[in-house]
Design a protein around this ligand. Structure first.
Ligand code: ADP
Ligand code: ADP
Ligand code: MG
Length: 649
């Protein structure tokens, strides 16, 4: 077994790899950027090496620095995790050249299977069905257009080097093709440094089913069953499970067999995932199915496979990388029950999934969640930065049946405490309670079709008043209560105060009335009639130094005392100032002072957590000034563009 490994990654996956390494007696080295100095993965490792500034292009993606860190600490091998350098064949080669073991397949097999076009060629040669389309080297726009016409619309344009749902465009008709091609190529070039695309027929009502495979240096290849990742938003996975609901034995045999032959065809070593789409929703014996791509690494959702098989896939990776044969033969790998994983992300589904960053005031699972697996690298007190992606944790439940696993997950999501940044817990729960999801009737378009219902907030007036009342109630055992205050209020009369507060960033004024003898007031918006509906009690309240967070089954109301800081609350003239919605990088500025803009015109793009946020003009007007430049790092609320004041009419 290897004695010391370096983990070229961060976040939950770095911590998860270290846990297995420690159990096997393997020493660990972490690498970290400026933003991650205090991160849990650094504290968890036996040693840690600083490799550069916060942007990943200057740290986690720097092959030279990662290899230098391994050399300096005497690590024998590098585990790349997922994302970052995990599917970079040059990195695998550079490790080898430096005398280090790359924990994964060889650079050569990555080149054969990592790119989508090359992988489809290998699949075709191995007799595996692929989505009909064009994946040739000729990238002339006119030729690509002819191929799209031949395939028949709708078609999918995909970046050959793509990943994480980027560089992908659905094209409904020939007229849309040229514009979609241009934008897919631009995104592919900026995300992956490679503009090449392929074109595919759009599979109707697809189920995303993928097969976990493993190979070793002794010519053994096995599959470890399938996962279903059909619950996706914008082609990115949200919830994954194993086994695939409704999978027929015949289709499982065909798909798992195909995955093994693909891996065998290139002498694959280590963990890999072969992704397929199955047409028309059902997974019956005759359902049409197609290979789409192979991920030559450990997958985010590997824990659901671990939950149904009892295996530790990181242990398998370390054993294979040490030269050992696979721990089990195909016949000895069995599955039990059903497992579900959710990706908990720092984002606000009710606001178009806007990333949410900042300090985590509280983070805890309910005591009742002892059987739930939590994979995370954040703790209360940590700051979520805009530099990396928004996934802050994964939760995994396992049950004898799918219903059991889903019920257990719903229960944790209701009681989960995350205060500070907003998370998608209520959205995940709504998905798990969706009638079609409950019966396994899913396809990759489900979330998109029902987005409004799935992201509807349950925070209303009642929740806000309840949160404000909690803030105004004196803490248990406090020295004074409103009744002993010697400030001239008449005993016996209800006591009412007018209180200015900031609720979810918005300045508001409330009237709080303390009924005789009670410490928790009744609260209404100032000027409103007496309280109507009963206030809903929060699941949990978290006190912060300047206010509190009240949580309602995964949704948050933030109430703060006003600070009278001009930047704090934006109650200026609507539409005059365009501010950064989040800390991030100004990716584009489309206007300059003096430009005339119409309502809805794009003014700027801010990029954070790998997502682009387009800021549009809220009204017609003229640009007064531009306060930021492209490439600049800005804080939430920073002024980017201001419009000239509207002429008084
Ligand atoms: P999975 O199929 O395991 O869910 P994803 O495609 O969602 O994999 O990607 C896993 C992680 O890697 C995500 O954090 C994603 O944003 C990131 N990622 C995927 N491809 C790339 C890439 N080419 N470059 C950088 N990060 C990537
Ligand atoms: P990535 O590398 O970003 O993971 P994939 O090729 O795996 O890209 O595709 C991601 C998702 O996009 C799929 O799970 C599916 O939902 C959708 N998709 C990809 N190709 C097609 C297609 N030909 N037809 C319909 N949906 C597709
Ligand atoms: Mg994929």
């Amino acid at each position: 077994m290897l004695k010391k490994i370096l983990i070229a990654n961060r976040g939950e996956i770095a911590c998860r790899i270290m846990r297995t390494a420690r159990r096997l007696g393997v020493a660990t080295v972490a690498v970290y950027s400026d933003a991650d100095r205090e991160a849990l993965h650094v504290a968890t490792a036996d040693e840690a090496v600083h490799i550069g500034p916060s942007p990943s292009t200057e740290s986690y993606l720097r092959i030279d620095r990662v290899i230098a860190a391994a050399r300096a600490t005497g690590a024998e091998a590098i585990h790349p995790g997922y994302g970052f350098l995990a599917e970079n064949a040059d990195f695998a080669d550079a490790c080898k050249a430096a005398g280090l073991v790359f924990i994964g397949p060889s650079g050569a097999s990555m080149r054969q299977l990592g790119g989508k076009a090359a992988a489809k060629a290998v699949a075709r040669a191995a007799g595996v069905p692929v989505v009909p389309g064009y994946d040739g080297a000729d990238q002339t726009p006119a030729l690509l257009r002819r191929e799209a016409d031949r395939i028949g619309y709708p078609v999918m344009i995909k970046a050959v080097a793509g990943g994480g749902g980027r560089g992908m465009r659905l094209v409904e008709s020939g007229e849309q093709f040229a514009a979609a091609l241009e934008s897919a190529q631009r995104e592919a070039l900026s995300s992956f440094g490679d503009a090449a695309v392929l074109i595919e027929k759009v599979v109707q009502q697809p189920r995303h089913v993928e097969v976990q495979v493993f190979g070793d240096r002794h010519g053994n290849v096995v599959h470890i069953f399938e996962r279903d990742c059909s619950l996706q938003r914008r082609n990115q996975k949200v919830i994954e499970e194993a086994p695939a609901p409704g999978m027929s034995a015949a289709l499982r045999e065909k798909m798992c067999g195909a995955a093994v032959s693909l891996a065998r065809a290139v002498g694959y070593e280590g963990a890999g995932t072969v992704e397929f789409l199955v047409e028309d929703g059902s997974l019956g014996p005759e359902a049409p199915w197609y290979f789409i791509e192979m991920n030559t690494r450990l997958q985010v959702e590997h824990p659901v496979t671990e939950a149904i098989t009892g295996l530790d896939l990181v242990e398998w990776q370390l054993r294979v990388a040490s030269g050992e044969p696979l721990p089990l033969e195909q016949g000895a790998i069995t599955m039990h029950g059903h497992a579900i994983e959710v990706r908990l992300c720092a984002e606000d589904p009710a606001q178009g999934f806007l990333p949410s960053i900042g300090r985590i005031a509280a983070f805890a699972l309910p005591d009742s969640a002892e059987d739930v697996r939590l994979e995370t690298a954040v703790r209360a007190g940590d700051v979520i930065s805009p530099f990396y992606d928004s996934m802050i944790a994964k939760l995994i439940t396992h049950g004898a049946t799918r219903d059991e696993a889903a019920d257990a997950m719903v229960a944790v999501l209701k009681q989960l405490v995350v205060a500070g940044p907003r998370v998608n817990a209520a959205f995940l729960r709504a998905l798990l309670e969706h009638a079609d999801v409950r019966v396994g009737r899913m396809d990759t378009g489900l979330i998109g079709r029902d987005l409004a219902a799935l992201t509807r907030t349950h925070i209303g007036n009642s929740e806000v008043m309840s949160a404000v009342a909690r803030l105004l109630a004196p803490a248990e055992g406090a020295a004074s209560d409103p009744w002993s205050a010697g400030d001239g209020f008449q005993l016996g009369a209800p006591r009412t105060l007018t209180v200015p507060l900031v609720v979810n960033g918005e300045a508001r004024t409330f009237a709080a009335t303390w009924p005789r003898g009670e410490t928790t007031p009744h609260v209404v918006a100032a000027g409103a009639a007496a309280a109507g509906s009963e206030a809903r009690a929060p699941t949990a309240c978290v006190t912060a130094h300047d206010g509190l967070y009240a949580l309602f089954e995964g949704e948050q109301v933030e109430v703060r005392w006003p600070t009278y800081d001009a930047d704090d609350v934006d109650n200026g003239h609507a539409g005059d100032a365009v501010r950064a919605p989040i800390n991030g990088k100004v990716a584009r500025i489309f206007v300059k002072a003096g430009d005339t803009v119409a309502k809805g015109d794009r003014l700027a793009v801010v990029e954070a957590m790998k997502m682009e946020h387009v800021l549009a003009a809220a009204r017609d007007g003229v640009v007064a000034s531009v306060a930021a430049s492209e490439g600049q790092q800005v804080n939430q609320g920073a002024l980017l563009v201001s419009l000239e004041e509207e002429a008084q009419s």
